[in-house]
Design a protein. Structure first.
Length: 156
């Protein structure tokens, strides 16, 4: 499969990949906890990397191209990232305790991600694609490859 040429296509694919990992965790957490934990760890690391990609590469590019910084879309996205990270950490704590009773925290995370991802996919990503050249997007994709996942051991 060739790499997507737009920010929208790439990041939507990553959202879908992360969604599948989280669904696997939810489906297995009461029947096969080791596999569920593995899926959650991959989800958590992937989501953390996704947020770093956005905050370190995409958002600064958007801000540079549009001149919109404080109070703009990226300010809202960064604030939502902090909320997402808090919910992610609360689920992570339960996973570490091998406690499958995380339905409430999962729903809170899914509610946040649903709204957040929709704004990114309908507004921010297409906006970035509109204000950037293919060369700029290719540079972003290249820089993304240099941002590695933290090791699972540093996650807990």
């Amino acid at each position: 499969m060739s790499e997507p040429k737009t920010v929208t296509a790439f990041y939507e694919q990553d959202h879908d990949r992360l969604d599948e990992l989280f669904k696997t965790f939810q489906q297995l957490k009461r029947s096969d906890f080791p596999k569920a934990k593995e899926a959650f760890t991959a989800f958590k690391l992937g989501l953390q990397r996704h947020i770093v990609w956005e905050e370190d590469l995409l958002f600064p590019l958007w801000e540079k191209e549009t001149g919109i910084t404080e109070g703009g879309a990226t300010s809202v996205m960064r604030a939502e990232h902090r909320q997402i990270e808090q919910q992610l950490e609360s689920i992570h704590q339960k996973v570490e305790e091998q406690n499958p009773e995380s339905d409430q925290e999962e729903q809170a995370l899914l509610d946040l991600l649903g709204s957040h991802n929709m704004k990114e996919e309908r507004v921010l990503y297409p906006g970035i694609d509109r204000v950037t050249s293919q060369t700029e997007r290719d540079t972003v994709f290249q820089h993304m490859k240099n941002i590695s996942l933290p090791s699972p051991h540093s996650v807990g």
